[in-house]
Design a protein around this ligand. Structure first.
Ligand code: ADP
Length: 295
């Protein structure tokens, strides 16, 4: 199964071009859609989830025309939107039962079996009778995955699911995503590079509605490996370094600044080589795009 997005564009009525000729091919497995806030991730996710129209382009899921055959898509879609509201007074058990009925699972026995399985998988079985309003952020997101998995979807879309989770909850959530079967397409939209690094085998970086890079995270890293150098400098020197070198990123470390620089060879004797990582890829592509260089 493959999701093929071709030349998709969308301009909102306020003139914002949220999607600008996006083309992507997404196969089964975990696909990371990485980009800063405002990049167009939610617009793309909502369009794939049949919740909004595109101006131009096409989306096909195997033979299914996603932009036209919306009901058929919805039957095989699991969606966890960015703003996921729950009925605070309902228990997870009752809410899942209700949603399963809405998804057309009419047999009570079948529903019970499915829901118990999902509650186990998302580690919410022990709190299944508690009101959703009492759930922590991480529990709510895991519940969000449980509801998205009802009906055995073939295409699962999760939009910025780890934003606002503490590190333990985030880990737990990513492990859960990783446990979803390999024969479905899972699209994880996020602005957090580590999310993609930890769970995705394929990814795309989007910015200002355009695809900047697409492929396996490791291949993108391999392309720049050997060309990233670091040095710890004083805060006052940062501006000069930004003028003199191709600075990829700068981080505070114990009150000093660690700069990472892109260069084919050692920029000067004070720089030491470092392993490139996905964050280097991400910042390089974003900087390149911000400097008007396009792809
Ligand atoms: P992301 O999910 O990557 O943060 P979005 O798809 O939400 O990006 O937004 C892309 C751009 O489109 C942003 O500039 C945003 O302000 C704008 N935008 C999103 N939704 C709407 C809308 N309904 N009407 C007008 N502009 C919108």
């Amino acid at each position: 199964m493959q999701l093929k997005i071709s030349n998709l564009s969308k301009t909102y009525s306020n003139g914002v071009k949220a999607l600008n000729n996006i083309s992507l091919t997404i196969s089964t497995g975990m696909f990371g859609l990485l980009g800063p806030n405002g990049a167009g991730k939610s617009s793309l996710m909502r369009t794939i989830a049949t919740l909004q129209e595109a101006d131009e382009g096409a989306i096909f899921l195997s033979d299914l025309d996603v932009l036209k055959e919306k009901d058929a898509v919805r039957r095989i879609l699991g969606y966890l939107p960015q703003e996921f509201g729950v009925y605070p007074k309902m228990s997870a058990l009752d809410m899942l039962d209700h949603l399963a009925v809405m998804k057309g699972i009419t047999s009570r026995g079948e529903r019970r079996e499915i829901i118990e399985g999902l509650l186990q998988q998302t580690n919410l079985y022990d709190v299944r009778k508690k009101k959703l309003g009492t759930y922590s952020g991480g529990m709510k997101q895991r519940f969000g995955i449980a509801q998205a998995l009802i009906g055995d979807p073939k295409l699962i879309i999760v939009d910025e699911p780890t934003a606002g989770l503490d590190p333990t909850e985030r880990n737990r959530f990513l492990n859960l995503l990783g446990s979803i079967g390999e024969n479905v397409i899972v699209i994880l939209s996020t602005h957090i590079v580590a999310d993609v690094h930890e769970v995705c085998t394929r990814m795309a970086v989007i910015h200002k509605g355009e695809v900047l890079v697409e492929g396996a995270p490791q291949s993108a890293i391999d392309e720049i490996n050997g060309k990233i150098w670091k040095q710890v400098i004083g805060k006052a020197d940062l501006e000069a370094y930004q003028g003199a070198f191709h600075v990829v990123s700068s981080h505070l470390v114990a009150g000093k600044i660690e700069v990472r620089v892109f260069s084919e060879s050692q920029p000067d004797a004070n720089f030491s080589p470092v392993e490139a990582d996905l964050e280097d890829v991400y910042f390089l592509k974003l900087n390149h795009s911000a400097n008007g260089a396009g792809q």
